[in-house]
Write a protein that binds this ligand. Structure first.
Ligand code: FPP
Length: 256
């Protein structure tokens, strides 16, 4: 299989990483930013097209106030400290998620990062901040419904492509590979629409321990997967009867 164009990462396990070391959870998030930096640098050098990080979910506001403040401060510090360097490295930054309930200073920094790097042609770094897929889909539906109500849009012309074009990820390819660290096996409201045919990889180590070597191992695992996009297997080579039966059953299914 060809290399992934778009990898999306759920950076999980910062809190457990810190607790296991007798440190406050905030130390885990700070260590998590170091991992993020290393992976962004590596992906830029190796020529990946799109790299998306789930940095703060629309449900993370329910964490203790101090932790929410820490995560907002880390985002601000990351942009202030790393923006010039990312721009020099030709990284193009976009931020997905709801902006309306973010403070003016955070919104300003997000706009600054996007405007400065708009013309860059290297790695597309996508930061999901105050992001939730159900919220994103709700906003898209609301906008399409408003167009229908205003007579600008015929309901019959609403297609999957039009819905995609109304999501925060408009214009980006769907993720080929979604990695979640820390051993949890769920999507947690991340890219629900876009993940329709993504490959998933759940790695046991917590995010602060995730290295460029593990990232390369994840890509190697992806290369060995077979993606069918709802179709059937390209070649069914059966070595025994039970395998032949399972191939037939899988090929009969609607979903693959
Ligand atoms: C999940 O670990 C991680 C998060 C909720 C936040 C991830 C954010 C960062 C790494 C830093 C901020 C981002 C930027 C772009 C600078 P958890 O706290 O849920 O860990 P646990 O499951 O072990 O408690």
């Amino acid at each position: 299989m060809s290399d992934p164009r778009h990898i999306a990462i759920i950076m999980d396990g910062n809190g457990r990483w810190a607790t296991a070391r007798g440190l406050p959870r905030s130390a885990g998030h700070r260590a998590g930013v170091e991992s993020l930096r290393a992976i962004v640098h590596h992906a830029g050098v190796t020529g990946l097209e799109y790299l998306t990080f789930f940095a703060f979910s629309s449900e993370n506001w329910s964490r203790p106030d101090g932790e929410v403040r820490e995560l907002l401060a880390l985002l601000k510090m990351f942009i202030r400290r790393d923006l010039a360097d990312l721009h020099r490295k030709n990284v193009h930054i976009s931020v997905i998620g709801e902006r309306d309930n973010l403070s003016a200073d955070v919104r300003g920094l997000l706009v600054e990062a996007e405007s400065l790097t708009r013309g860059n042609t290297g790695l597309n770094l996508v930061i999901a901040f105050n992001y939730g897929a159900r919220d994103e889909i709700t906003r898209a539906v609301r906008s399409l419904a408003a167009d229908v109500a205003a007579g600008r849009l015929d309901p019959q012309s609403i297609s999957a492509d039009l819905i995609s074009a109304n999501l925060d990820t408009s214009g980006m390819p769907d993720p080929d590979l979604i990695i979640r660290t820390s051993g949890e096996m769920r999507l947690s409201n991340f890219l629900l629409w876009q993940a329709a045919y993504a490959e998933f990889l759940f790695v046991p180590c917590p995010w602060p321990d995730f290295t460029p070597e593990l990232f390369e191992e994840a890509i190697a695992t992806y290369r060995n997967r077979e993606r069918r996009f709802g179709g059937v297997e390209a070649r069914a080579s059966c070595h025994d009867k039970s395998q032949a039966l399972s191939v037939a059953a899988a090929s009969d299914g609607v979903a693959s």
